[in-house]
Design a protein around this ligand. Structure first.
Ligand SMILES: CC(C)(COP(=O)(O)OP(=O)(O)OC[C@H]1O[C@@H](n2cnc3c(N)ncnc32)[C@H](O)[C@@H]1OP(=O)(O)O)[C@@H](O)C(=O)NCCC(=O)NCCS
Length: 197
């Protein structure tokens, strides 16, 4: 399969760039944590090999970015080492519309510092301004209040809860809270966001 190249995107504190094969160690570092993957619907990684496989067969085949920190930005961490992932997939609910579903996850050491809100706003800007998207959809579990807060802070609209619609990696079936942002809503919001985020 052809590898998708994503452009490098910057925010005040972050650099979003494509995933590389040699990022497997950094991905495994946070993807082995049972507090991360299961909240996003996926199984914790078993070893670095599995993380490498996810990079080459999933991240590099989709519009998925590695989140890295800028040195001296106030977030602790080495430059150019992934601390999370964010990306777009086709929006399964709007197959004939230029719409994408956003998904993300973050190393637990960095939770609660506004990292994902900053990354998600940058991706929304890229999606609406560079990909000319008509809308962006995101969904999350009822119990994932951290993600719900990120979604609210980005300005998505809550559309409703699809009951018993999401099968987890362990076969557990969950409800999904579904949110979306339309192009005109983005245009109104983006003028309120700082240009660097
Ligand atoms: C969801 C996730 C990406 C959030 O990233 P983050 O960088 O910590 O998010 P932010 O710091 O931008 O915002 C988190 C918000 O949740 C709030 N929060 C933290 N703990 C919370 C809790 N237990 N209940 C409710 N809100 C909580 C924070 O206070 C913050 O809101 P605030 O800015 O109003 O104070 C991260 O927790 C994660 O990777 N979780 C596991 C994977 C996952 O759930 N992916 C999403 C699947 S839809």
């Amino acid at each position: 399969m052809a590898r998708i190249k994503v452009p490098r995107l910057e925010t005040q504190r972050l650099v979003l760039r494509g995933w590389k094969r040699h990022d497997a160690g950094a991905l495994y570092e946070y993807a082995k944590n049972p507090n991360v993957g299961p909240n996003a619907g996926w199984k914790p990684h078993a070893d670095v090999r599995e993380s490498r496989m996810i990079i080459t067969q999933m991240f590099q085949q989709n519009t998925t970015w590695a989140i890295t920190v800028k040195p001296g930005c106030g977030l602790d961490g080495p430059a150019d080492v992934p601390i999370g992932s964010i990306g777009f997939e086709p929006d399964a609910y709007r197959p004939n519309i230029n719409s994408r579903e956003m998904g993300y996850s973050l190393n637990q050491d960095y939770w609660g510092q506004g990292v994902m809100t900053e990354a998600a706003r940058r991706l929304l800007r890229y999606g609406f301004e560079e990909l000319s998207l008509a809308s962006v959809m995101i969904r999350t579990g009822e119990s994932n209040q951290r993600s719900q807060r990120v979604i609210e802070k980005c300005g998505f609209h809550y559309e409703g809860t699809l009951r018993q619609c999401y099968r987890m990696y362990n076969n557990e079936i969950r409800d999904s809270r579904v949110y979306s942002m339309l192009r005109e809503e983005y245009e109104e919001l983006s003028s309120l966001w700082m240009t660097s985020t």
